[in-house]
Design a protein around this ligand. Structure first.
Ligand SMILES: C[S@@+](CC[C@H](N)C(=O)[O-])C[C@H]1O[C@@H](n2cnc3c(N)ncnc32)[C@H](O)[C@@H]1O
Length: 230
């Protein structure tokens, strides 16, 4: 079985039922982010504020809270939401209905086949640690992101590597429980592999560690057109 076989991919999104999504913001952003991951919500909203564009794609959307709180550079942005779980898509689309977002039900590990002409930013927060395999395997999603980014476009996001950052006791306990249940798969994710994959695929990139979390951004060079645009 390869890391991308269906059961392990399914496990990374199966927990996002409608009832879990109702508790998600309180659990993740009220408890885990400040106390276990030591990367409060405001740091992630700041990441969005710096990099979100007026033509944005978000992948692995959860409830859409960060997109709801961030400041777009335009009052009328074009927003596309992509997720493998229809409950997440429905929750985020409802929260963000003022932007009339498009939704795209798809697995990020497979070619994205987006119904649009490309985007200027892709947001990918807390998705990579849900995907099966090592960070070297998961880097295929960076290639898919690059393929839909227009010249000068930016990929940004955050993930919790299993190795290369300091985890406190609460983080270690949460990681053990989540990896055991298949909700997270990040024991083998190494910070250095994240850095190397972004450096291989993009013209420029930056990785910053806040608590247990690696924040990243990577940019396509100006004049470089991705192959996934129609
Ligand atoms: C931890 S939540 C992150 C939500 C949001 N970005 C945030 O930061 O709050 C992970 C999201 O990724 C989605 N997901 C997990 N595996 C996926 C896959 N293979 N393809 C697309 N989406 C996936 C889940 O359904 C869920 O909505």
């Amino acid at each position: 079985m390869t890391p991308f076989d269906a059961p392990s991919v399914h496990a990374g999104q199966a927990v996002y039922t409608r009832s879990f999504l109702r508790a998600y913001n309180a659990f993740v952003y009220g408890f885990n982010s400040p106390l276990a991951w030591r990367c409060p919500k405001d740091r992630l909203v700041g990441l969005y504020d710096r990099h979100v564009s007026a033509r944005h794609l978000d992948v692995g959307v959860g409830t859409g809270l960060l997109l709801d709180l961030c400041r777009f550079p335009s009052p009328d942005p074009s927003v596309t939401l992509m997720d493998l779980n229809s409950n997440s898509l429905a929750a985020a689309a409802s929260r963000l209905r003022r932007y009339a977002p498009r939704t795209h039900l798809a697995d990020v590990l497979r070619p994205w086949q987006l119904p649009c002409d490309g985007v200027d930013s892709v947001g990918m927060v807390h998705l990579l640690h849900c995907l099966p395999g090592t960070l070297a395997d998961k880097a295929v999603v960076f290639e898919h992101a690059r393929a839909v980014l227009r010249p000068g476009g930016t990929l940004f996001g955050a993930t919790i590597p299993g190795q290369g950052v300091r985890h406190n006791w609460l983080a270690r306990a949460q990681l053990t429980a989540a990896n055991r249940r298949g909700i997270m798969c990040n024991r083998q994710d190494r910070l250095e592999d994240l850095d190397a994959a972004l450096g291989r695929i993009f013209e420029s990139h930056e990785v910053t560690v806040v608590g247990s979390v690696a924040l990243f951004r990577a940019r396509v060079g100006p004049g470089v057109r991705g192959p996934g645009m129609r």
